[in-house]
Ligand binder design. Sequence first.
Ligand SMILES: [Zn+2]
Ligand SMILES: [Zn+2]
Length: 326
Amino acid sequence: MDLVASCREKLSYFRIKELKDVLSQLSLSKQGKKQDLVERILGALSEEQVSKIWVNKKSPAVRKEEVAKLVAKLVDDTYRKMQVSGTTDLASKGQCTSDSSNVKSKGEIDDPSHLDIKVRCPCGSPLKTETLIKCDDPRCEVWQHIDCVIIPEKPMEEKPPNPDPFYCEICRLSRADPFLHTIGHLLYPVKLSITNIPNDGTNPVQSVERTFQLTRADKESLTKQEYDVQAWCMLLNDKVPFRMHWPQYADLQVNGVSVRAIDRPGSQQLGANGRDDGPIITSCTKDGFNKITLTGCDPRVFCFGVRLIKRQTVQQASQASFNLCL
Ligand SMILES: [Zn+2]
Ligand SMILES: [Zn+2]
């Protein structure tokens, strides 16, 4: 396929907006119908007009075919951006055969800064960075920083591949125990941070300290037997996604009162049946602000949160997990 034909094909996917973008970058007129705009861009590949503008303005040494190359590149870049943002449905048309090295893997986007997306990451930063991954739960679809959530189990290991499907911690949590329904998040997932790396090669100390608030409405709900406040913790990028997982030697305190987070010797990595539980901390909470701290001694990376839960009957739970599978 020659340059003009391949550009024509790409331009057929452009909307007026992209066509005008390209034209304005070429300092050409943006007037006319869609077909006029397409023809004007294609004309720029061969015509004297653009060569004149560019050759005079920029550098007289720029040759005509280089101008054509630049125009083609501009078309190509715009096309790729549309492809990545899902503006074109190229995959279904089977047309992204060439240059697959430039097509990012599922969930990653090139330039998310202009897109209307929601970033909620356990690092706490809402910044739309270059490398984001989207939660595959259709009712969630939050984006997270890949480097914050896809991490090797041991610090020196290579970064594992992106899980497919990928779920954020909140969606993982909601699938971890079908008998507990999340009413609200009192403390959104936060990452534990390493506070001390011992020289003797033993496990680093990591901790987090936060406050969460119980409103009057929350307190009202908590008078009912089936409502509770639960602290939870998960290993980021756990190979078993739907389970809780506390760090070794977990020490949990709510308003200065120690709460037993794990029911196992501190040195053991996981509880019975290969999973941990989330302790109910309702009795340690009070109206208004509550302080919660978690310290552990573990090289792996965890995130931690507090939620208001409602216990479900077997019937409700099976209905809920049925809904999750839809
Ligand atoms: Zn992050
Ligand atoms: Zn999610």
